[in-house]
Design a protein around this ligand. Sequence first.
Ligand SMILES: Cc1cc2nc3c(=O)[nH]c(=O)nc-3n(C[C@H](O)[C@H](O)[C@H](O)COP(=O)(O)O)c2cc1C
Length: 201
Amino acid sequence: MTLITDTEPAQSTRRANTESPLLDVLAERWSPRSYDKTAVISEAVLTTVLEAARWAPSASNMQPARFIVARRGSASFAKINDALLGFNKAWADTASVLIVNVAKLAIDETRDNPWARYDLGQAVAHLTIQAQSEGLHTHQMGGFDGEAIATAFNLTDDQAVVTVTALGVLGSADDLTPELREREVAPRSRLPLAELLLVND
Ligand SMILES: Cc1cc2nc3c(=O)[nH]c(=O)nc-3n(C[C@H](O)[C@H](O)[C@H](O)COP(=O)(O)O)c2cc1C
């Protein structure tokens, strides 16, 4: 069993080949599908990772991000894993924690928060970077049955299931199926920065 208790440098061999120098945690973050299925994340580290999400900025400081946090072996973990779709089912259960990222959509009974999903994404981004700095890895997923998750956790209409994040300790690509292994070791790529800049005056 691997117990992550203290801050450790990320052990990543897939550092981004960036056009400009980035912070190590940004350049070294990537989304693995192989996790150490015996690793247990300490409660202190898990709380720190969630704290990063709590302190993300949000429109008018409305803080619409909500999370369902499920440790491997719990009933909640099984419910989330059951709701994953396609090939996500083949790897995500090796993560130490599955987190359902939920956006609170309403400001009050008459007004929706148009930035709820944006702010949730921002909170998740902060979580992923804090996790990276703790020596952990994350993998966000859109492939799941949101209705099944909403039902399993009695969510209200105001609580939208947006993504699921796998959080864990990096495992070996060799533990994956051949198809997933190929993706795990494939070169990482991005569009050129110039293509992202609609205007760069
Ligand atoms: C909103 C969102 C949904 C995603 N859905 C899935 C998914 O269902 N399954 C999966 O294996 N990866 C999923 N990914 C991971 C992306 O494929 C991955 O982030 C992208 O290829 C870039 O790779 P990197 O994170 O390693 O840099 C998702 C990522 C995001 C942000």
